[in-house]
Design a protein around this ligand. Structure first.
Ligand code: LLP
Length: 443
């Protein structure tokens, strides 16, 4: 985060709090989230899209994609900054509700929402449900009919654009599970419009995640506007939702476009296509997740062991093992994601050594930072900071090897407080009914 700074002794501070203090008070591994940074990204993203859309005479709504990092506190920060919230499961929906967020300012995604989840969303009055399949369309139709409810919906489509990112993160080409093919959209929308309890709001497309450059977004937007224009012939289409996916810098080689420029490019593509088709620019919606929280998060680890491994005649790699790993950050194992690491507790004049920061789990793919140069005297007890871990680390965390998940601490203006407590061994055993029986047997 922007607030990361070193004091005179070389110790790293985040949000004005010394990393040694964070370790002492909360232990490691530790997720640290910089509140001011989350808020700043939320506000900047909101303003970028609002301004770009306003220049073309329409309105923008920015949803925070909660899957990136969701807790009640974070929901409060982003809604405070004027963002709506996008959820993709009943669980995420309940967290957002528990935060006191207005359900009318929420959207609900997912390719296989359960009937119970749909019922609950309709009952509470969620702002929009993004229909992902024809089967779901009929399910939702039955629910609104039975309840006599009126539910605004969007239709998720595949624009056919294959985003340039890890293949697991591309979501708008034909051969993947989300949405309907764009060619099938008009029939599906006609069906939605037949159902009195469903209000068709518009098309939705999310091309993928961690995307650099605007060409994928602009190509997708142009294709969507073509169908959006055709749908206007059958009735009102108040909005076009272009999803999220804006890439962030994880290491110094990543160079994302400023969000203002990206927003302008995307909205420009929409406006041009609208002009060609002689239709007004629709209100637009966006759903950034990573771009809001990614860079606001830092994970702190303590070094446990250091092991030099001779890789070839002239390369020795230091394997630096930390007290977390793929259970708190699955992204390197899942997507080959690259991170960086810094010595947080001190600086050192020792010559830099090639290190691989690895976790404590029982597999060799348990890598935190694949390749990094750290001072060659890195040693047990040192504190390491891994930046840009605010998105999809906490949310993808697991209990692999029965590892308790770390707490999340929010820092702001020199203050630190726990916003999600860490798990304990008692939490790990709580679901194991055999343990309960054994203890009872002893009595
Ligand atoms: N909207 C929809 C419909 C989505 O499916 C997603 C992400 C987003 C918005 C937010 O995308 P963002 O702005 O955060 O890129 N676990 C992966 C990322 C999966 C993204 C899934 N959908 C990772 O760690 O990179």
């Amino acid at each position: 985060p922007a607030s990361a700074a070193r004091d005179d002794e070389g110790e790293l501070y985040i949000g004005g709090v010394a990393t040694s203090e964070l370790r002492e008070r909360f232990g490691t591994p530790l997720y640290v989230l910089d509140e001011a940074e989350v808020r700043a990204h939320a506000a900047r993203t909101r303003d970028a899209f609002r301004a770009a859309v306003a220049r073309r005479g329409a309105k923008a709504r920015v949803y925070y994609a909660g899957k990136a990092f969701l807790s009640t506190e974070v929901v409060r920060w982003v809604t405070d900054e004027g963002l709506a919230v996008d959820v993709c499961s009943g669980g995420e929906f309940e967290v957002a509700l528990a935060a006191g967020a207005d359900p009318f300012h929420m959207g609900f995604h997912g390719n296989n929402k359960s009937v119970a989840e749909l019922e609950r969303a309709v009952e509470v009055g969620i702002g929009s449900i993004v229909i992902d399949s024809l089967i779901e369309l009929e399910r939702l139709a039955a629910i609104v009919e039975r309840r006599g409810a009126v539910q605004p919906v969007l239709l998720r489509v595949r624009s056919g654009v294959h985003a340039e990112t890890h293949d697991f993160l591309a979501t708008a080409h034909e051969d993947q599970k989300f949405g309907l093919s764009l060619v099938d959209a008009p029939d599906a929308v006609a069906r939605i419009r037949e159902i009195p309890g469903l209000v068709f709001m518009g098309l939705h497309c999310h091309i993928g995640s961690q995307i650099f450059g605007s060409s994928g977004f602009t190509e997708s937007a142009s294709r969507l506007v073509e169908v959006h224009a055709a749908l206007l012939e059958g009735g009102d289409v108040p909005v076009l939702n272009l999803g999220g996916g804006f890439g962030i810098a994880y290491t110094s080689v990543d160079d994302p476009e400023p969000i203002e420029q990206l927003a302008d490019g995307i909205v420009d593509a929409v406006a041009r296509e609208c002009e060609v088709r002689g239709i007004p620019v629709p209100n637009l919606a966006f759903e950034p997740g990573r771009a809001i929280v990614g860079q606001a998060g830092v994970t702190l680890y303590e070094v446990g062991t250091v092991k030099p491994v001779v890789v070839s005649d002239d390369v020795t790699r230091l394997y630096v093992s930390v007290d977390g790993g793929m259970s708190d950050n699955a992204r390197p194992a899942l997507y080959g994601a690259q991170y960086s690491a810094r010595l947080a507790s001190r600086t050192s004049d020792a010559a830099p050594a090639l290190v691989r920061v690895v976790g404590r789990h029982c597999e060799s793919g348990d890598i935190v930072v694949d390749a990094e140069y750290l001072p060659g005297d890195v040693a047990p007890g040192d504190l390491l900071a891994v930046p840009a871990t605010g998105a999809y680390c906490f949310s993808l965390a697991s209990n692999y090897n029965y590892t308790p998940r770390p707490p999340v601490v929010a820092v702001r203006g020199g203050e630190a407080r726990v916003i999600v407590r860490g798990e304990t061994v008692a939490d790990l055993l709580a679901r194991d009914l055999g343990v309960v029986a054994a203890t009872e047997g002893e009595k």
